[in-house]
Design a protein around this ligand. Structure first.
Ligand code: MN3
Length: 251
């Protein structure tokens, strides 16, 4: 009897953990997720005005436009993951707004002033194994963000062979999408659109990158990493890579 109770609790725990990975609502109508902190929580790295406009205007617009884009079409029944896996055929409105919704949800989730890198965590060990040190990863993410021309994102993601890798993407693309040359599940992202930093840092993207890379919520990144390793989405991406092989990075 005790054993059975344990089994039931375990099943619920697995369902809960499995369901909690991707933060945004997974199906139409998509909803703006609650910001996990106050607008001023990341001061002085992210000023309250930028946070408020970024979340309540920019992210909210992606959610609204995504709902408008899928409404009344066959895509209305599709999950957010499936929309991203088929971003190429779904068209620019869905590609841009599904990405905008997913990317910002992950971005809010992985920022904090007091959850430093922990070398003993699972992702901590994986970062050291893949990149040598957290500073070397930070340099790679900084470079990925600094060299992304125009608007886009820098990514730390889990590849289909379950390794960590760094990339950047234009606009609101991300590594889940079929149109991306680098594929996998993102566990950390940095928004390098000017709207993410212009009020405080003006044209100095490098200063924003240096500051924000010291404001990563490594506890959340660890959870995202463990969830990504166990996620069925990784298999879907692997299948999608076979259907959409890409050898040249998209510029
Ligand atoms: Mn943004």
């Amino acid at each position: 009897m005790k054993n059975n109770n344990f089994k039931i609790v375990s099943i619920f725990a697995i369902l809960f953990l499995g369901a909690s990975f991707i933060l945004p609502a997974q199906n139409y109508p998509f909803m703006l997720p609650k910001l996990p902190y106050a607008y001023n929580a990341l001061e002085p790295v992210v000023d309250a005005a930028t946070m408020e406009i970024h979340y309540s205007k920019h992210h909210a617009a992606y959610v609204k436009n995504l709902n408008n884009a899928v409404k009344g079409s066959k895509y209305e029944a599709w999950s957010l993951d499936d929309l991203m896996l088929h971003a190429g055929e779904a068209g620019d409105a869905i590609r841009n707004n599904a990405g905008g919704h997913f990317n910002h949800s992950l971005y809010w989730n992985t920022l904090s002033l007091n959850k430093p890198f922990n070398p003993k965590s699972e992702v901590g060990k994986a970062v050291i194994a893949a990149f040598g040190s957290p500073d070397s990863l930070k340099n790679m993410l900084n470079k990925a963000g600094a060299t992304r021309f125009g608007s886009g994102w820098a990514w730390l993601y889990v590849t289909t062979d379950k390794k960590l890798a760094v990339s950047s993407s234009p606009n609101q693309d991300n590594p889940i999408m079929d149109i991306s040359p680098e594929r996998g599940i993102p566990v950390l992202c940095i928004d390098v659109w000017e709207h993410a930093y212009y009020l405080k840092y003006q044209n100095k993207r490098a200063d924003y990158l240096t500051a924000i890379l010291d404001a990563i919520n490594w506890e959340a990144v660890n959870k995202n990493y463990l969830d990504a390793l166990a996620s069925p989405l990784l298999k879907s991406i692997e299948k999608s890579v076979k259907e959409h092989p890409r050898t040249m990075p998209m510029k």
